[in-house]
Design a protein around this ligand. Structure first.
Ligand code: ZN
Ligand code: ZN
Length: 103
């Protein structure tokens, strides 16, 4: 199973194509842009409470048989936050000072 490579930031809806260097994901692959992770949600996933890492870029070229971005195509299903801004702010405030390793 491959990462879905979701097409947008759940918070601000910025496009995050598969080559975006500023895509960030949590362990559940909730996807946000680096700016929102740093300035809006402070490394707290609004959905699961986990931290984020940079999303790896899937190679465009088929260096090995069957594994590249044209064999495992990115998701085109845009995802949007299911919580209100107030709810997210409270959730983030509760968790942001706990390091991801201790959540
Ligand atoms: Zn964003
Ligand atoms: Zn998450």
């Amino acid at each position: 199973m491959a990462l879905q490579l979701r097409p947008n930031c759940e918070y601000c809806d910025k496009d995050l194509p598969p080559t975006a260097p500023d895509a960030r994901i949590c362990s559940y692959e909730c996807t946000f842009c680096a700016d929102c992770v740093e300035t809006k949600i402070f490394n707290v996933c609004p959905n699961c409470g986990g931290g984020f890492v940079p999303r790896p870029i899937r190679p465009a070229k088929e260096w090995r048989p069957g594994v590249c971005v044209t064999k495992h195509v990115p998701s085109d299903k845009r995802v949007h936050l299911k919580y209100s801004a107030d709810d997210v702010a409270a959730h983030v405030a509760r968790i942001r000072n706990v390091s991801p390793e201790e959540r």
